[in-house]
Design a protein around this ligand. Structure first.
Ligand code: ZN
Length: 135
């Protein structure tokens, strides 16, 4: 079951430059910065009410974020929904005919297990499902 919007992912050229913008906008500080090696991204999170903003910067040219920025410009990249059981949600969505980028969850930033759904099957939205890791 989907519980809430966990965060909104924004692709940026420079985390340093963008952090300043969002810290001024929200009068708050980014609380976590992380390198997710498997995805070739650096991420930073800032809390906004019950949700978060995740900034994503590419760390190499093969990174999905590098490819995204090559095609367009900085800005909205994905929306992430928190689910109570990511394994059963992925199974359910696969049965419903959704195209999954990750058939089984992988380790993501911010102590989460994550999986992405392909925009082809979500009317154009890149959707991330995530679940807090236990322990
Ligand atoms: Zn995300």
């Amino acid at each position: 079951m989907v519980k809430k919007i966990e965060h909104i992912g924004i692709a940026v050229n420079s985390i340093e430059d963008s952090c300043k913008v969002y810290e001024t906008l929200f009068q708050s500080q980014f609380y976590k910065e992380e390198h997710v090696e498997s995805e070739g991204v650096r991420t930073a999170f800032i809390q906004v009410g019950d949700s978060k903003i995740e900034l994503l910067e590419a760390t190499n040219n093969d990174s999905p974020i590098a490819k995204f920025l090559e095609k367009g410009k900085e800005g909205f990249h994905h929306i992430a929904f928190e689910v109570d059981d990511i394994d059963s949600e992925l199974k359910r969505l696969q049965t419903e005919g959704f195209q999954l980028i990750h058939v089984s969850p992988k380790d993501g930033a911010d102590n989460k297990r994550i999986a992405f759904l392909h925009p082809k099957s979500t009317t154009g939205m890149l959707i991330e499902l995530c679940q807090e890791k236990i322990g």
